[in-house]
Design a protein around this ligand. Structure first.
Ligand code: FAD
Length: 466
């Protein structure tokens, strides 16, 4: 029988890393990947990771002469919608790589550790035992349907979540499909500046009002101008035009355009069930500030390796009770911080361009302290809050800020606190999960999502229903 310890669907960054780490510990691991080897992850070319994160997770940093090497830079600047008042976080080195080639490297590393990979093999459905427990999966290849058995099935298939969406409604893992309101549609314009004396790095940075950015492309006279938004690529392209009106860039030529999707959704409440785990984009582990997800996914994957390998070594069954510490530890390590930041972000980006400019100029909300440390727990002192209130009060009095915007920001702040408190009380076992989930559902119904902040007039023009 085709029996493995771990079956992983999806051989991109999360699947490859998890496969390698489990195989390194001597477990029998199979990766099945829907695409043929040469076609894996070709949607966009350049991807970047913090160098410190790469080191932390043991991701190889390519040599400058390697095929997958792109470039390195240091940047974490955030600008106002008019490109002013940069808020600079701690400068951190970032490594850019060619994604497909880097994933091939990660595949190779998984294989060298002992994992097997089958390309052109698309997860189809679970195989269950007589007690309705997952014991394996079927997958489709050009030679027909195949069966494989495993103690754990890991869904690393990204947005399609091919395995997670096949779970029964009774599962503690949510089995819904993401809609276009839960996804960021990202468009990347590879720009080449005409003035060869211009230093593109001087304009690099990120504007959270639009989820727009300029980042190195590897071409010293060029940059990747990116934009991400809900609903569709057409919506993102329209807001890119609007954003471009405000930012003064020298003339440039667009060499190529790439498009891709990343989840923009709160984390799954539970990533584990009996003999199952959802990981990476399939569990919505992307950063709330920018939608990047490779190293943030490894925070959960690292916990999963620790918990699962101990259970397997002790010959224990991988029940949801046994796997539950993965949920608890992930919520503490990152999930709570990511998800409690979301409502605040929804509130602050409701500020229009002029309001945001005022807040940026006065280092209020869009401040070095908050924006420089995004994704981490907010540590605001009474003095910080008093200063913010003074700037906001002055802004309302001088009509630089609308009362409606202030209301949204305050609401976001309060909701952030509520999410934090609820996630602090994440149930220690599955027994308390149903009651906790009911509270969490009610809270997220009240909070809504990033797509609620989209421009209704533009959505209507493009034919979307809000
Ligand atoms: C334009 C753009 C730029 C980005 N830039 C960055 C960045 O710079 N840094 C960063 O950290 N993140 C970035 N992200 C986000 C990042 O791409 C994702 O978070 C990351 O790729 C998630 O990895 P994953 O392995 O979980 O899923 P994916 O990379 O989506 O991989 C899923 C894999 O599963 C396979 N698959 C799908 N269905 C099946 C099936 N039925 N059976 C078997 N296999 C299947 C797919 O072919 C694919 O190989 C960016 C996203 C976009 C769209």
């Amino acid at each position: 029988m085709n029996q493995y310890d771990i079956l992983i669907a999806g051989a991109s960054t999360t699947g490859s890393w998890f496969a390698r780490k489990m195989a390194e510990q001597g477990f029998k691991v199979l990766l099945i990947e829907k695409e043929e080897q040469n076609d894996v992850n070709r949607d966009y070319d350049i991807i970047h990771f913090g160098k410190e994160d790469m080191e932390k997770f043991g991701m190889t940093i390519p040599a400058v002469t390697d095929k997958d090497w792109g470039f390195t830079f240091a940047s974490s600047v955030i600008y106002s919608p008019y490109g002013n008042h940069p808020k600079i976080g701690a400068p951190a080195p970032v490594v850019g790589v060619h994604k497909h080639d880097y994933i091939m490297r990660m595949n190779e590393e998984a294989k060298n550790a002992g994992a097997e990979i089958i390309y052109g093999a698309a997860f189809d459905d679970f195989i269950y035992d007589e007690n309705k427990r997952i014991i394996g999966a079927t997958y489709n290849t050009k030679d027909g349907k195949q069966e494989v058995y495993a103690k754990l099935v890991a869904d690393c298939t990204g947005i399609p979540s091919a395995a997670r969406t096949k779970l029964p409604d009774t599962s503690v893992v949510e089995n819904y499909k993401l809609t276009n309101k839960d996804i960021f549609f990202v468009v990347l314009y590879y720009a080449e500046y005409e003035d060869k004396n211009f230093k593109p790095r001087s304009l690099d940075g990120f504007c959270m009002q639009y989820k727009a950015w300029s980042a190195p492309s590897g071409n010293e006279h060029g940059a990747i101008l990116g934009i991400g938004a809900g609903y569709g690529y057409d919506y993102a392209e329209e807001i890119f035009k609007d954003y471009s009106k405000n930012i003064k860039r020298p003339a440039y030529r667009v060499e190529k355009v790439e498009k891709g999707m990343t989840p923009y959704h709160r984390t799954l409440y539970s990533c584990v069930d009996d003999n199952f785990i959802a990981m990476g984009d399939a569990a919505f582990l992307t950063k709330p500030t920018c939608g990047e997800g490779v190293t943030s996914s490894l925070v959960q994957a690292e916990i999963a390796v620790d918990v699962i390998s101990k259970l397997l070594k002790e010959n224990k069954a991988l029940t949801k009770e046994a796997l539950w510490p993965i949920n608890c530890r992930y919520m503490k390590a990152q999930g709570k911080d990511f998800d409690s930041l979301r409502p605040l972000l929804f509130g602050v980006i409701s500020a229009d361009y002029d309001e945001a400019e005022y807040l940026f100029a006065n280092d209020c909300i869009f401040s070095t302290k908050i924006l420089g440390g995004m994704g981490e727990e907010l540590d605001l002192t009474a003095g910080d809050i008093a200063k913010m209130l003074a700037v906001i009060t002055k802004g309302v009095a001088t009509k630089k800020l609308r009362g409606e915007t202030v209301g949204k920001i305050v609401k976001g702040l309060l909701q952030s606190g509520k999410v934090g408190k609820l996630y602090d009380n994440y149930p220690a076992t599955p027994a308390g999960f149903a009651a906790w989930k009911a509270q969490a559902d009610a809270l997220w119904d009240e909070i809504g999502g990033m797509a609620d902040t989209c421009d209704p007039a533009l959505l209507k023009k493009l034919g979307y229903e809000k």
